[in-house]
Design a protein around this ligand. Structure first.
Ligand code: AMP
Ligand code: ZN
Length: 464
């Protein structure tokens, strides 16, 4: 079966064809580790994880690289302002290394909690200064750079197709007033190397052929991705905000340096919105995974919530939406847990055939540009189908992509399926605010010798 992906470069869905038959090189722009990653950032990594799992499901070996921006990302994407890491170090009275290690560790733990598969390679910008300098030297030799009072810049007017990823209208941009030009020749030019204003004052600075300073934000991704995946590789991912500046500049400098196409498929995840705008630190309203957990929403509930939307659609975060996801996820887990209790096995060839049909439908959904809402619908249909005996194996296969711990049994004792059915009915009644019915069901469950506790992690059922 063929996998189709929406490629931002061509603005259409394309059949995915890797450079090497069974190996896929994939690079994901990682976090700038100066603060907690919020659940909006994490949506971006759940999306790339689903993409990676779908590739694996299709039989590919994926070499996945995620970078860690631990220097050079300035408070303004237009190469101005302070270095976010240096600023955080001053704020927290810590060294830059302490800051980046601290926030990276939290990020890594959040990824684990969300069942995001570890990349094959983590790479930090500060550990690849040599590679970045080499790349800038190459660009200099080819005549793409110039020097200003504050650094070495890339001359975007030297590239005929600059801005092709974002379909930027360069003439309009040049005429517009929004972007400060300073000493730059063109508004879209960007820093490759920034000089330290007062050498010795910054915590993170290095010697270079152009003077003491630090690399610009974009060059790290070009240098590290090409080091680990080659000058042309298959897939590059990131959030949609990276299209007009960061990824546009990555393409410009990489293709100028090598004369080759940089990346074949650019795949971008849409925003998580909060109060109808992009969740971001600058607009104030952010939430972290730990905050959600403290409010009774486990990471798996958040992952389920994310999978109810297509990765290319913006998703509005509200607690009401999250509550819906929580109820549905818990119902799913309870139903699967009673299937496990009953150890229901496939009985005949017909069962096998029915399960195969569902798996095929599932595969069609995930290969249709990662249509996870559709894939979840297929899972629910399978679960509800009483004629599909032996569905546990199929659910396990699907969960290799969902990554929702569907078969992990948490603190469940042997609860008979009739009891679980009553528990489900009570949950449904509570959801619909039919509290009297919910109480009646609870009493019935008690009469049968079981008790229910409503905990932060959901409903617990145990023998009295
Ligand atoms: P940063 O640490 O700012 O470089 O962001 C890390 C990743 O999160 C990038 O891929 C961003 O595109 C992505 N991102 C930032 N805000 C959001 C959001 N509200 N929803 C989804 N992704 C986001
Ligand atoms: Zn990047």
């Amino acid at each position: 079966m063929t996998l189709r992906l929406y490629n931002t470069l061509t603005r259409r869905e394309q059949v995915f064809i890797p450079i090497n038959k069974k190996e896929v090189g994939m690079y994901t722009c990682g976090p700038t580790v100066y603060w907690y990653q919020h659940i909006g950032n994490l949506r971006s990594y759940v999306f790339s994880d689903i993409l990676k799992r779908v590739l694996i499901f299709n039989g590919y070996n994926v070499k996945h690289v995620i970078n860690i921006t631990d220097v050079g990302h300035l408070t303004s994407d237009a190469d101005e302002g302070e270095d976010k890491i240096e600023k955080a170090a001053l704020r927290e009275h810590k060294t830059a290394k302490e800051i980046t290690n601290y926030y990276f560790e939290i990020f890594e733990k959040d990824l684990k909690k969300l069942n995001i598969l570890e990349p094959n390679i983590w790479c930090k910008a500060t550990e690849h200064i040599k590679e970045q300098i080499e790349l800038i030297k190459k660009l200099e030799e080819k005549g793409y750079t110039y020097e200003t009072s504050d650094g070495i810049y890339f001359d975007t007017s030297k590239l005929k197709d600059y801005g092709k990823l974002a379909l930027l209208n360069i003439e309009n941009l040049q005429a517009g007033k929004r972007i400060e030009i300073g000493d730059k020749k063109n508004k879209t030019d960007f820093a490759l190397w920034k000089f330290s204003e007062m050498p010795g004052k910054r915590q993170q600075e290095w010697k270079s052929p152009w003077g003491i300073g630090f690399p610009g934000w974009h060059i790290e991704c070009s240098a590290m991705s090409m080091k680990y995946l080659g000058e042309t590789f298959d897939i590059h991912t990131g959030g949609e905000d990276h299209i007009p500046v960061h990824h546009t500049n990555e393409i410009a400098q990489s293709e100028a340096a090598t004369g080759k196409k940089f990346v074949n498929y650019w795949v971008h995840g849409a925003f998580l919105n909060f109060n109808n705008e992009k969740m971001s630190k600058s607009t104030g309203g952010i939430l972290t995974l730990s905050e959600l957990n403290n409010k009774g929403y486990s990471p798996m509930i958040y992952r389920y919530f994310l999978l109810t939307a297509k990765y290319r659609s913006q998703l509005n975060f509200t607690f009401e939406n999250l509550d819906n996801a929580k109820n549905t996820y818990e119902r799913l887990k309870r139903t699967i847990s009673s299937l496990l209790e009953n150890n229901e096995k496939s009985k005949n060839a017909d069962d096998k055939r029915i399960n195969e049909i569902y798996l095929k439908k599932f595969e069609e959904a995930i290969n249709d540009d990662l249509d996870m809402p559709k894939a979840l619908q297929v899972l629910w249909e399978l679960i509800k189908n009483e004629h599909a005996n032996g569905k546990i194996g199929t659910i396990a296969k699907m969960d290799e992509v969902f990554g929702l711990d569907l078969l992990k049994q948490e603190k469940v004792s042997a609860i008979p399926s009739e009891i679980m059915e009553l528990v489900n009915q009570r949950e449904e009644a509570r959801k619909n605010k039919h509290f009297q019915r919910a109480d009646t069901l609870r009493a019935k469950i008690k009469l049968l010798g079981y008790k229910i506790d409503d905990t932060n992690e959901g409903v617990r059922v145990s023998k009295i």
